[in-house]
Design a protein around this ligand. Structure first.
Ligand code: PRP
Ligand code: GLN
Ligand code: MG
Length: 542
């Protein structure tokens, strides 16, 4: 999952970068591997700073000061295609046509044929393995085909509409055209979220696009409005234009946003993530009650697995009339473990992140509540930790059903064999993670927990749980290819082999030669022939 953000201030003399940086830090939970900001300043020039690392590591006063201009785009990355290479940090840039900057959340599933089209027909060079660079080039190619010296909104809508016919998969995107404005669009199934908001001032309106509404709340923007599936919105300093550019398709937002990804204080597609998690706890309580009474088991205390499961666990405990205790204390300086790269790192960080307090576990039957069990990394470690500090029985309840299918829409779970529930019955999952019992939410109950908050959503993408992929086009051949490219063991080897080589300088994807240590450099990509020529002022931090 990634976080995307676009900001246009009505006063172009005020730099937007500090606010974009603040906004990205609110979206950090969506991607911890890389981040970046590109702004557009006087004469339509772009200023860029991006690299691998968290927002607090990459941006400081000095790098922010160099990002000039009143409109910009930001991104936090959690890779689902390509590698962890610096060169795939976003936003991406292409100089032709017009100068475009692009940030993407999601994952495309027809990249093989798209790459072929780029090569054989469009003759555009794709310099990385990132599907986002590819998506940008499809958009750029469609804009190029207008053949115009200057384009207008109509041309942009046509280009995006054409692109939506060509690409398959999930994409919520924010783009910026040099000296023109910012653009947001969302795939026809609306799998990934993005919305817009406005901040009214006495002198004019500022506009924001962001993955989650929490960004708007925190910076004084109001009137949050989700971009509709298949819709594109263009904002310039003088106008807002919105258009449905794709054929109508089934709206199916990814249910895992509500289970795990989004912040609880966000509202996505009219559903409060917080309330949906409360409902997940309530519903799961019923299932726990049923299973425990069937097995004649009793529980002394409910303990959440911080952070995400807290909201659901509290409701579950209240519903069952059981004490709720924070038995695991979280190290506030460690981020999310599930979105860390590589199993070794994830495993090590569960222990670094959570510490079990013996006084809440010793001699008790504990019910640990987590939002989901994916690879089982977290549950395996914490169950052992609970036992080490004297828990009698450890029962685990998961707010999500067993995950048995890969995610192909922007969450990095590409390999079936990595999923602990793949090929296992529920009791076998318990054995694999060392629990005395595991209780899963049923899929209908999970769906109801979210859907009752906005009944107009008729379907969610639940492919993780049921293997039914809303876009179609995901079959055995696709899974096998994905596993060959992206399974943990493959990615680990690839990282070792590749080192950290940036791409050739001078391409749109933007890459500076690797530098050692924490250094900062400013390079300019593109030519600068006169006042109207757009150059890219690039601050690389490593
Ligand atoms: O079965 P696994 O592969 O371990 O994945 C599931 C776990 O990972 C996530 O926690 P994470 O630490 O990423 O984030 P959180 O602090 O928001 O709970 C999620 O909340 C589960 O606890
Ligand atoms: N998680 C995401 O949204 C990833 C975006 C894009 N597919 C990348 O790998 O950079
Ligand atoms: Mg967790």
């Amino acid at each position: 999952m990634c976080g995307i953000l676009g900001l246009l201030l009505h006063d172009s003399t005020i730099n937007c970068a500090p606010e974009i940086c603040e906004g990205l830090s609110l979206l950090q939970h969506r991607g911890q591997d890389a981040c970046g900001i590109v702004t557009c300043g006087p004469k339509g020039r772009f200023y860029q700073c991006k690299a691998n690392g968290m927002v607090r590591d990459i941006f400081d006063e000095s790098s922010i000061r160099k990002l000039i201009g009143g409109m910009g785009v930001g991104h936090v990355r959690y890779p689902t295609a390509g590698s962890f290479n610096n060169a795939e940090a976003q936003p991406f840039y292409v100089n032709s046509p017009y100068g475009i900057v692009f940030a993407h959340n999601g994952n495309l599933i027809n990249t093989t044929s798209l790459l072929q089209y780029m090569d054989a027909t469009a003759h555009r060079h794709i310099n990385t393995s990132s599907d986002s660079e590819l998506l940008l080039n499809i958009f750029a190619n469609n804009l190029q085909q207008t053949g115009k010296f200057r384009i207008n909104e109509e041309d942009i809508f046509t280009a995006i509409g054409g692109m939506m016919k060509q690409v398959k998969g999930a994409y919520a995107c924010v783009a910026m055209l040099a000296g023109f404005g910012i653009i947001a669009f969302r795939d026809p199934n609306g799998i990934r979220p993005v919305g817009m908001a406005v901040r009214r001032t006495e002198t004019g309106n500022d506009y924001l696009f962001a993955s989650e509404s929490v960004v708007a709340d925190a910076s004084g923007f109001t009137d949050w409005d989700d971009v509709k599936p298949g819709e594109a919105i263009i904002i310039t300093r003088t106008s807002i234009s919105r258009r449905q550019v794709a054929e109508p398709a089934t709206f199916a937002p990814d249910i895992f946003e509500y289970v795990y990804f989004a912040r609880p204080d966000s509202v996505l597609d009219g559903v409060s993530v917080y309330r949906s998690r409360m409902a997940m706890g309530d519903m799961l309580a019923e299932e726990v009650k049923r299973v425990l009474s069937k097995m004649d088991l009793s529980v002394d205390v409910v303990i959440p697995v911080p952070d995400t499961s807290r909201v659901a666990a509290l409701n579950l405990a209240q519903k069952l009339n059981l004490p709720y205790r924070e038995g695991f204390i979280k190290n506030r300086y460690i981020g999310r473990t599930f979105i860390m790269p590589g199993q070794q790192m994830r495993k090590k960080n569960v222990r670094r992140k959570l510490n079990a307090m013996a006084l809440e576990f010793s001699g008790r039957n504990v019910l640990l509540v987590d939002d989901s069990i994916v690879r089982g990394t977290t549950s395996k470690e914490i169950i052992q930790m609970a036992k080490d500090v004297g828990a009698k029985k450890v029962i685990v309840a998961s707010c999500a059903p067993p995950i048995r299918y890969p995610n192909v829409y922007g969450i990095d779970m590409p390999s079936r064999s990595e999923l602990v529930a793949y090929g296992r019955k529920e009791e076998d999952v318990a054995e694999a993670i060392g629990a005395d019992l595991v209780i899963f939410q049923t899929l209908p109950d999970l769906i109801e927990s979210v859907r009752h908050l906005n009944p107009s959503i008729k379907r969610f993408d639940c492919s993780l749980f049921d293997g039914d992929y809303v876009t179609g086009g995901v079959d055995e051949a696709y899974f096998s290819k994905l596993e060959t490219l992206r399974a943990d063991n493959v990615m680990g080897k690839a990282a070792m082999m590749s080192g950290d080589l940036g791409p050739a300088e001078g391409k749109g994807g933007g890459g500076a030669p690797p530098m050692n240590g924490i250094t900062e450099d400013v390079v300019s990509i593109g030519t600068m022939n006169g006042d109207d020529t757009v150059g890219l002022h690039n601050t690389w931090k490593r």
